[in-house]
Ligand binder design. Structure first.
Ligand code: HEC
Ligand code: HEC
Ligand code: HEC
Ligand code: HEC
Length: 134
């Protein structure tokens, strides 16, 4: 093969692999319509669950970088180009207050609400998020 056609076929292979992973990642999330962290499952919930249409939310908000929410931190810095997709937030932020630097309830509230306040879009009141399944 000529070097050019080799590079070209490599590109095709990378492109198709990319499409494949895109396909499985969308398949893995389109069904999510609420946030119900398993860490809250074994206790009495104080509030109705939070309605969250994962893919529709992110498309409407124009967020394409998964690591904005599914982040990885090291030495006090959020790492760019690394994500924790597939891990629940409670894998790192424990529900018991004080057990981790950022406990789970605070982690959710800080992440969801801070962006809504900065974007001046999206709910910020308790009852606007804790609606139960919709
Ligand atoms: C606005 C924040 C946000 C963004 C952006 C985001 N996610 Fe999520 N995602 C969540 C939340 C919240 C959950 C549910 C809570 C949990 O699993 O801890 C979740 C759950 C998931 C799950 C678990 C699925 C399951 O069956 O439980 C996967 C997989 C996932 N997201 C993939 C992605 C991918 C891939 C992207 C980027 C294309 C992405 N997410 C972008 C917030 C986000
Ligand atoms: C792989 C482990 C890991 C996962 C998974 C993870 N985090 Fe974090 N997060 C950290 C670490 C480490 C920090 C730095 C502060 C600390 O040590 O608690 C942090 C910081 C934060 C902060 C404060 C800084 C900021 O970004 O404003 C918020 C809020 C937060 N996480 C929310 C979440 C939410 C919500 C999820 C799930 C969508 C999540 N985290 C998933 C490890 C993780
Ligand atoms: C990085 C920014 C960002 C983060 C993080 C984020 N949101 Fe949003 N959210 C938005 C924006 C922007 C909108 C308004 C989108 C529009 O114009 O419809 C929105 C809208 C919403 C809405 C109303 C529209 C809808 O999809 O029903 C809900 C509910 C919501 N967000 C829940 C959440 C929850 C729960 C979390 C945390 C797990 C979260 N959001 C995290 C940016 C964010
Ligand atoms: C921007 C959306 C948003 C707003 C606004 C919000 N929450 Fe939450 N809250 C969440 C998410 C997401 C979780 C994690 C839900 C889960 O996994 O069940 C959560 C979890 C909780 C939990 C732990 C689970 C439970 O039911 O015991 C409590 C308590 C709670 N919120 C109370 C409040 C109160 C009180 C307010 C108003 C001061 C409020 N929240 C406002 C998104 C929000």
């Amino acid at each position: 093969m000529k070097p050019f056609s080799k590079i070209f076929s490599l590109c095709v292979v990378f492109f198709l692999t990319g499409l494949f992973f895109l396909a499985i990642s969308t398949e893995a999330t389109f069904h999510i319509t609420t946030v119900e962290d398993s860490a809250f499952a074994d206790r009495q919930r104080m509030k109705p669950v939070v309605s969250f249409y994962h893919d529709e939310h992110n498309a409407a908000a124009g967020i394409y970088d998964c690591s904005i929410c599914h982040h990885v931190w090291e030495d006090g810095q959020r790492l760019e180009y690394q994500d924790s997709v597939g891990m629940e937030c409670s894998a790192c932020h424990l529900a018991e207050p004080g057990a981790t630097e950022m406990d789970l309830i605070r982690a959710y509230h800080l992440q969801c609400r801070t962006c809504h306040m900065e974007a001046k879009a999206g709910p910020i009141l308790c009852g606007e998020c804790h609606t139960g399944p919709k």
